[in-house]
Design a binder for this molecule. Structure first.
Ligand SMILES: *Cc1c(COP(=O)(O)O)cnc(C)c1O
Length: 237
């Protein structure tokens, strides 16, 4: 793992490596966006990244994100925050208030909870459906049928404050690139199937790839990589 204090250099290195992976996989330049995952890192570090040009951040724990991003937004009100961790129902309200997008919707119940709080707050929010494609992670919809059900809910107008924009997954934690790619390919294939079934919806986003596997994810069609360690250095867990 990269282990330097210099967030700006790390960001530039990660961005150029993303651009290189785009080229190698025949993707268009700029097709893959970068979500900087700042969990376990301070508001100061987030501000450093913003000053280096990064405006999109991801956090997986709502409570931690509330404190941090309230502070960050005093100086940078336009910063974007995506929630990427499993959402307990008692955290949905805060997640809705705080974030621009929830990437980790993993059940019909969760979607209905998001809808309920968005309706109360009169807020529209973007959501990704998290798909379980790797053995290690427990999060995510287990079957494509379940995601289909979620999309039907949206297509019927039952979650009008939610705009489902695509899908997210975490690959198994392994150095075996073939296994990583299998997991990412499973998400891409699910997206391709569901996009055809719901042609009126815009389901383009494929959020997949982290510090250790984002090149493989880009090869499999990722449109957003979520990178923490390679930008902010290692964190204590
Ligand atoms: C922590 C986390 C990441 C970033 O992981 P790194 O290995 O630090 O790049 C990406 N996605 C999710 C859901 C995470 O929880």
């Amino acid at each position: 793992m990269e282990n330097t204090q210099n967030i700006k250099d790390n960001l530039m290195r990660v961005l150029s490596s993303i651009r290189e992976a785009e080229r190698l996989s025949g993707r268009k330049e700029g097709e893959v966006s970068l979500l900087a995952v700042s969990k376990f890192h301070s508001a100061e570090k987030v501000k450093e990244a913003i000053e280096a040009g990064q405006m999109y951040f991801g956090e997986n724990r709502v409570q931690e994100a509330v404190t941090k991003f309230n502070e960050v937004r005093e100086s940078y009100p336009n910063v974007h925050l995506h929630i990427i961790g499993t959402l307990q129902s008692n955290k949905i309200k805060k997640a809705v208030l705080l974030s621009n997008r929830i990437e980790s919707a993993d059940s019909i119940e969760c979607l209905k909870g998001i809808e309920k709080h968005c309706a109360l707050e009169k807020k529209l929010i973007e959501v990704l459906l998290e798909y379980h494609t790797g053995e290690e992670s427990k999060a995510g919809f287990l079957h494509i049928e379940d995601m289909r059900e979620a999309l039907e809910l949206s297509a019927r107008g039952e979650v009008p404050h939610i705009s489902i924009r695509g899908f997210m997954t975490m690959a198994p934690l392994t150095n075996d690139e073939a296994l990583q790619r299998k997991s990412f390919a499973a998400l891409r294939e699910a997206k391709e199937v569901l996009e055809k079934e719901f042609p009126s919806m815009d389901l383009k986003v494929l959020s997949m790839g982290m510090s250790s596997d984002y090149r493989a994810a880009i090869m499999e069609g990722s449109t957003e990589v979520r990178i923490g360690t390679a930008i902010f250095g290692s964190r204590e867990k």
